[in-house]
Design a binder for this molecule. Structure first.
Ligand SMILES: [Zn+2]
Length: 106
């Protein structure tokens, strides 16, 4: 059994794992799912989305080319943008000047 901070009442409580893979907090008895907000897509589609994204195609263009719902696509694009801000190489230190850059294309 593990303890976790309950997102609802902010107390550290024990968790019970339920049969349906969800968890239940032993104190307030609220149930929650760890998979909430997660999106399942294939690697192939993710690669397609990333290549469309770096070519600066609009959301609507990507939806036309990749078989995906707008809801899923917007979520994935948000995750990609977040990851891009996290994984900045150590080479960049102090003040960095950023110019407009075109990646890919002709
Ligand atoms: Zn709670």
């Amino acid at each position: 059994m593990q303890t976790k901070l309950c997102p609802y009442c902010q107390t550290k409580t024990k968790l019970w794992q339920l049969k349906d893979k969800r968890f239940k907090f032993s104190k307030c008895l609220r149930k929650f799912s760890l998979n909430k907000g997660k999106i399942k897509i294939s690697k192939k589609i993710l690669k397609q989305i990333i290549s469309e994204f770096v070519l600066e195609h609009s959301t609507n263009t990507i939806i036309e080319r990749v078989n995906i719902s707008k809801y899923k696509l917007l979520k994935i694009l948000t995750i990609i943008r977040e990851e891009m801000t996290k994984n900045i190489p150590d080479v960049f230190e102090g003040i960095v000047e950023v110019d407009e850059t075109y990646i890919g294309g002709k």
